[in-house]
Design a protein around this ligand. Structure first.
Ligand code: NDP
Length: 310
């Protein structure tokens, strides 16, 4: 099955839906494929209190549903399906395979496939996701005001999360599997100098423990098999993210971590007519509001591109 569309959006997080709202309001009737996780990463969090316009907070699922309805209202064709292969090189139209069967030919493609936070892979971590286990301190830290929390990881993200949490929480444990931090020197110094942060070097997490209310602690284990229990109500996993760019390898310029490279101050990729927005091209901010903003940029740039080629 084949279909020709003017504009195609891949991904249904804040970046994808914002691009869809702008493109559809411009009369460009975009087709949007939701991808593997409809609504994106926000659907895995509980309440969102830092998205402007919602003074009492809003649930992640509800926020994404509202964005979807807003995009549909202006004419976006939202479809369930996953992009499984692309050809941006042969041209003149960009070619995208959906679910390995349907082929879409598009004048412009906006990639908003996001990134996935890495998890430890423990069954107890799965059990307490959204009930104390989080991958975003900026999103969820506030819920642990004056409480004890843990951050897993020794990179820049883990240090940033620990520093941020130290401004809200009573105590922050950093669980670092090696005997050193991988983070940049400046971040290391900030963490070492912070009296609220205690770094537990050489420890891995064996299990996260809790009750019906949520997380109450974690059992850690070191290289010699010695166990240690910490009491925490928040458990933040900060061991990195993986951008969802597998299908773009060899087609688009990616950085060493696999993020799509866009021209500075723009969402333009190395291929004309292909734009990237949101977490798939942003490893620094990773916020719903910054993703939405870059989705807006992508739509405006895509519209300009369509005007040029028509
Ligand atoms: P990194 O890959 O740099 O660090 C991941 C950390 O998690 C490492 O300490 C790693 O340990 C640990 N880890 C990985 N898997 C596990 C596991 N299964 N169990 C326990 N620990 C684990 O990821 P970041 O997200 O921190 O950073 C990604 C990139 O983004 C980096 O280039 C970073 O510099 C950059 N960045 C920059 C920022 C800034 O400039 N402000 C802010 C945030 C990120 P180990 O060392 O043992 O492998």
């Amino acid at each position: 099955m084949e279909e020709k569309v003017k504009s195609l959006i891949l991904g249904s997080g804040p970046a994808g839906y914002t691009a869809a709202i702008y493109l559809s309001r411009a009369g460009l009737s975009p087709v949007l494929y939701e991808g593997i996780l409809p609504g994106g990463q926000l659907t895995t969090t509980t309440i969102i209190e830092n998205f402007p316009g919602f003074p009492d907070g809003i649930g992640g699922v509800e926020l994404m549903e509202r964005m979807k309805q807003q995009a549909i209202r202006f004419g976006t064709d939202v479809r369930y399906g996953v992009a499984t292969k692309v050809d941006f090189i042969t041209g003149p139209l960009h070619k995208v395979w959906i679910d390995n069967e349907k082929i879409i030919y598009a004048n412009v493609v906006i990639i908003a496939t996001g990134a996935s936070a890495k998890y430890l892979g423990l069954p107890s971590e799965e059990k307490y996701k959204g009930k104390g286990v989080s991958v975003c301190a900026t999103c969820d830290g506030f819920f642990y005001k004056n409480q004890n929390v843990a951050v897993v990881g020794g990179g820049d993200t883990a240090c940033e999360e620990a520093l941020y949490l130290s401004t809200i929480c009573n105590k922050v444990y950093m669980i670092v599997r090696k005997n050193y931090l991988r983070a940049s020197k400046i971040m290391q110094q900030k963490v070492f100098n912070n009296p609220k942060i205690e770094i537990l070097f050489g420890y891995q997490t064996k299990e996260i423990v809790g009750n019906s209310e949520g997380v109450t602690g974690a059992i850690l284990i070191n290289e010699t098999g010695k166990e240690r229990k910490i009491e925490v109500s928040g458990f933040f996993v900060a061991i990195g993210h993986t951008p969802n760019t597998e299908i773009f390898k060899g087609q688009l310029d990616l950085d060493e971590s696999g993020y799509i490279i866009t021209k500075p101050g723009s969402t333009q990729t190395n291929i004309a007519g292909v734009f990237a927005c949101g977490d798939v091209q942003d490893k620094v901010y990773r916020q719903a509001i910054t993703a939405a903003a870059s989705g807006c940029m992508a739509a405006i740039e895509a519209e300009k591109y369509l005007n040029l080629i028509n």
